[in-house]
Design a protein around this ligand. Structure first.
Ligand code: SF4
Length: 281
């Protein structure tokens, strides 16, 4: 199937990232995928959604990329792990989509956020899209696990106004158990962003019994506080909205019986961050 044929099958817009979207670029030639990744002429997107108030400042248009090198036990979008589940979208079409919302985003002090999946799996496409957004005067943000941050040059980082950095847990072994990967590259990227005084929001998902160890949270809080550029910490309560995707994909979901944290548990975590002088909510 050619990319153009794929494009006609699915709309780029989705009501929410919780729509299960599979095999949107299956059959695309490997050489075309390789070229797309190298040049950024084409990206692989789960979808674009509009009207988000939880993915950065103001009201956001969010581009959800496909492809992630991590396997977080609590991931609520496992359909975005595999790049072949993404819809092939040319950079021109993605920029056009963004242009439609340019005026509205300005009025609502919003912007464009690239999320995923892991957007830096498609770093060339990400840079081109952020460049296009900045040329339209749109505020830009990326939601990332940070592990591939060194794919961006300092100059390219200038195209991103805000980095929303996921810090998942503390300690290499725990991090590996939770995500499948080490946390060193994420922390290195955080330090690099700090050296550049780049605004950062830290995102931390609170999962009872998995990421709620007070000592681990305290370590993350200390680390984030000493960076000096963390404007906000968002403690995100774990939820089960992605469970159906794990089932549909036939994946072994280990958190079947885990309940979302209580308001008190979320507040306790926030207090630990606030104790280090951070703005946690
Ligand atoms: S980094 Fe994000 S997209 Fe990737 S597995 Fe973890 S939660 Fe899912």
């Amino acid at each position: 199937m050619s990319p153009e044929q794929s494009l006609s099958l699915n709309s780029i817009e989705a009501r929410s990232p919780y729509e299960l979207r599979l095999n949107q670029s299956i059959g695309m030639q490997e050489s075309a995928v390789t070229k797309a990744l190298k040049t950024g002429e084409m990206g692989f997107l789960h979808s674009f959604t509009t009207g988000s108030t939880v993915d950065g400042p103001g009201v956001r248009v969010v581009g959800w990329t496909a492809g992630c090198q991590w396997r977080c036990l609590y991931c609520h979008n496992p359909d975005t792990w595999n790049m072949t589940n993404g819809l092939p979208v040319t950079i021109q079409r993605a920029a056009e989509e963004l242009r439609k919302y340019r005026q509205g985003l300005r009025v609502m002090s919003g912007g464009f956020t690239l999320s995923g999946g892991e957007p830096l799996m498609q770093d060339r496409f990400a840079v081109r899209l952020f460049t296009a957004a900045k040329a339209m005067g749109i505020h830009t943000a990326i939601e990332t696990n940070g592990a591939l941050g060194d794919r961006l040059s300092d100059e390219e980082l200038q195209k991103i106004d805000l980095v929303m950095l996921g810090i998942k847990t503390w300690g290499n072994e725990k991090h590996r158990q939770l995500t499948g990967k080490e946390h060193g590259p994420t922390l290195d990227f955080a330090r690099r962003l700090a050296a550049q005084h780049k605004p950062v929001w830290v995102r931390f998902v609170l999962v009872p019994g998995l990421t709620d160890d007070a000592e681990d949270i305290a370590q993350i809080a200390k680390f984030a506080a000493q960076l000096g550029n963390v404007e906000r910490v968002e403690v995100l309560p774990f939820h089960q909205m992605g469970r159906f995707k794990w089932r549909n994909l036939g994946l072994d979901y280990k958190l079947e019986d885990v309940k979302p944290p209580s308001l008190e548990q979320v507040e306790s975590a926030c207090k630990i961050f606030r104790g280090e002088g951070l703005n946690a909510l």
